[in-house]
Design a protein. Structure first.
Length: 225
């Protein structure tokens, strides 16, 4: 999700790399679940997020959508239909927040949840992190290394995937914006959902290798349009 806003208004003015220290540590969020409530449709899920959810929950993408109450939903993001975590109707809490106010999927939580209160600033086919100073209500955060905070295996491969997915969506957004027929726009969105989300990834093979294969195929298809 793009945010057209001055970084000076929402950050401490710095950009961080994996080995930098950032004031994001919050004592395991004990007693606080504010960032898991009232988020609307903003927790957008990338293909790795969905892969982790389906693998760990034993559910397909369609089951995550259809299960009552649904775990995810679809919304239009910058012109593209993408999945996001669903909030409950009653308390506007994330569906994975348990009665104790703790995340029930913490070990395989989505990337946006994983880096919060950090954000990503994209440039030159890559990105760096920035600290969102108005988002986390904990005022007693401590410094922690970015690499440790993100807490993701194969971190360099992960960052490469995140960047490639972001810039691929940028290209797709421009392509869709140039399409005039509604059926063509619908077909493109269905292709993205099927190619990267609905079709399961082989659990016994490297996710990033499989993603690269699908990305290469998708880029080839887009050139033909």
């Amino acid at each position: 999700m793009k945010r057209n806003i001055d970084l000076k208004e929402i950050s401490d003015g710095r950009l961080y790399g994996l080995n930098d220290m950032v004031k994001a540590g919050c004592s395991d969020c004990k007693g606080c679940s504010s960032c898991c409530k009232g988020m609307g449709s903003s927790i957008i899920l990338d293909p790795l997020d969905i892969h982790r959810l389906t693998w760990n929950l034993g559910l397909t993408f369609d089951q995550l959508l259809a299960e009552e109450p649904g775990k995810i939903e679809l919304n239009v993001v910058d012109g593209i239909v993408l999945p996001n975590l669903k909030m409950t109707d009653e308390t506007e809490s994330c569906v994975f927040l348990n009665q104790e106010g703790r995340c029930s999927i913490h070990s395989f939580r989505p990337g946006i949840c994983r880096i919060f209160p950090l954000g990503r600033y994209y440039e030159n086919n890559s990105f760096r992190y920035f600290l969102q100073i108005h988002e986390c209500k904990n005022q007693n955060r401590v410094k922690i290394k970015v690499r440790k905070w993100v807490d993701t295996p194969d971190i360099k491969a992960y960052e490469g995937f995140v960047a490639e997915w972001h810039f691929f969506l940028n290209d797709t957004e421009q392509l869709i914006a140039g399409l005039e027929r509604e059926d063509a726009i619908k077909s493109m969105n269905l292709y993205i959902l099927n190619q990267f989300y609905r079709k399961p990834y082989d659990k016994n093979e490297d996710f990033y290798v499989q993603f690269q294969e699908r990305l290469k195929e998708a880029k080839s298809c887009m050139k033909a349009i």
